[in-house]
Design a protein around this ligand. Structure first.
Ligand SMILES: C[S@@+](CC[C@H](N)C(=O)[O-])C[C@H]1O[C@@H](n2cnc3c(N)ncnc32)[C@H](O)[C@@H]1O
Length: 200
């Protein structure tokens, strides 16, 4: 079944806010996490790869996962266009499936967590998928009043995240918070946070 992300995929990168949020996230990760060159990175809810492709020269391997065929099609077009070898993507729905165990040094997820109903389940699955001392990096909306998406609330499960509540979920799932700050303001009034947590 076609979802809203399939329909948006081919024009996704044209909105500068999306590009800016992804670039800010990539920059923050590179500033806060040292020595990533041997890292296997998972970009969860990768979309067209705005985050993934920011790491192609910096890490060992990149895997994008997303449940939208349209997004994965655009992602694959970029891999082919630039003949890249350390990056791939696969179809995956976190609501129905586990992640491969002990497989990644970092899981990065940008603007996807608010589309996933069970936050605790995503964070728990991420912990299992990370190697020892691996990092979970989340970029998403700070708590908002529900107006960020306008009228189209299809697939929106959370109106952003409260810092204290999300930090508690991370800690309860065996993470230590390394960094958690608002790093960008979207549409002039919606703060976007970046949280980086390390597996204990
Ligand atoms: C707002 S977009 C962000 C895409 C990309 N990370 C970016 O920053 O441009 C959210 C993405 O999460 C994906 N997504 C939403 N729910 C998902 C789920 N349950 N499992 C896998 N992917 C999901 C959507 O298909 C979409 O590509």
């Amino acid at each position: 079944m076609t979802n809203k992300f399939d329909l948006l995929a081919h024009t996704w990168d044209k909105k500068s806010t999306r590009v800016d949020i992804a670039q800010t996230f990539v920059k923050t990760i590179k500033e806060k996490i040292p020595n990533i060159k041997d890292f296997d990175l998972l970009d969860y809810g990768c979309g067209t790869g705005l985050v993934s492709f920011g790491f192609v020269d910096d890490v060992k391997s990149i895997t994008g996962m997303d449940f939208s065929d349209g997004m994965l099609e655009v992602y694959n077009q970029k891999i082919n266009e630039y003949s890249l070898e350390n990056i791939k993507c696969e179809k995956h729905n976190i609501n129905d499936n586990h992640l491969p165990q002990n497989s990644f040094d970092i899981i990065a997820t940008s603007m996807t967590l608010h589309h996933i109903k069970d936050t605790n389940d995503f964070i728990s699955k991420s912990n299992i998928a990370l190697k020892d001392k691996g990092y979970l990096a989340i970029s998403d909306l700070d708590k908002e009043d529900g107006t960020f998406h306008g009228e189209n609330l299809e697939g929106v499960e959370h109106f952003g995240f409260d810092k204290t509540k999300l930090s508690t979920i991370l800690k309860q799932n065996g993470f230590e918070i390394v960094f958690y700050e608002n790093v960008y303001i979207a549409k002039e009034s919606y703060p976007i946070f970046c949280a980086i947590a390390q597996k204990n």
